[in-house]
Design a protein around this ligand. Structure first.
Ligand code: G6P
Ligand code: MG
Length: 219
């Protein structure tokens, strides 16, 4: 027996947009005189737009009303959109197409569980929109990661039990969400940060052989 679905995070797993999110938040924070660096950014991986903004604004001694917060979130998103405009299949991280092919060859369904409302544009630019059997709508999911909701939404769309799915994530909040959903997790990145994952790989280059196949053998 193996798992029946593999549910991917997008930013930092399929493509390196995590860096573009950082650049856009950094520019916003700099403009407001709020300190923000790559280490702080680890806390924002997988975290939704408004929650990320609130994390940054909480480091200021000023208060920001709802209208200002909306304007700042729009400013960040407009900047992010200019950064991802030229995204193309060349921006796919190594091993991702091989992972999709490995899953397709075994009839394992492929889902996307990204908190990003820009996910449809990003996967279209990457040329992989048609590789997913289901893409969760981030705007329709009540609670963001680390809540399990978005991963459960995908399992539900596939009509399978969460135990029959695995998730792939680069963010600590994302791995927590996968485990809270009752799925097994492949972490991509630093094992010290992704402690809850069932298996951690330093990057996606050998995702099929060293990640997907290993969990399938354990199932
Ligand atoms: C992903 C990224 C986060 C980002 C969130 C919302 O989870 O890892 O860094 O804040 O999506 O993205 P959005 O494109 O909707 O602002
Ligand atoms: Mg991510």
């Amino acid at each position: 027996m193996t798992y029946r679905a593999c549910i991917f995070d997008l930013d930092g797993v399929i493509t390196d947009t995590a860096h573009y999110h950082f650049l856009a938040w950094k520019a916003l924070a700099d403009g407001l005189g709020i300190p923000f660096d790559e280490d702080d950014n680890h806390h924002l991986k997988g975290v939704g737009r408004m929650e990320s903004l609130d994390f940054i604004l909480a480091r200021s001694d000023r208060t920001f009303d709802a209208t200002t917060r909306d304007r700042l979130a729009t400013e960040k998103n407009d900047h992010y959109k200019t950064l991802i405009k030229g995204i193309s299949p060349a921006d796919l991280l190594p091993g991702i197409i091989e992972a999709f092919d490995w899953l397709d060859a075994r009839g394992i369904r492929i889902g996307l569980a990204s908190a990003s409302k820009n996910a449809p544009e990003v996967i279209a630019g990457l040329g992989i929109a048609d590789r997913f059997h289901y893409v969760a709508d981030a705007g329709a999911i009540p609670r963001g990661k680390p809540a399990p909701d978005i991963f459960l939404d995908v399992a539900n769309a596939f009509g399978i039990a969460p135990e029959d799915a695995i998730g792939v994530e680069d963010a600590a909040a994302g791995v927590t969400a996968i485990k809270a959903a009752g799925m097994r997790a492949v972490g991509i990145g630093d094992a010290a940060i992704l402690r809850e994952a069932d298996l951690v790989l330093p990057d996606t280059s050998r995702l099929a052989a060293n990640g997907l196949a290993v969990l399938a053998a354990q199932a």
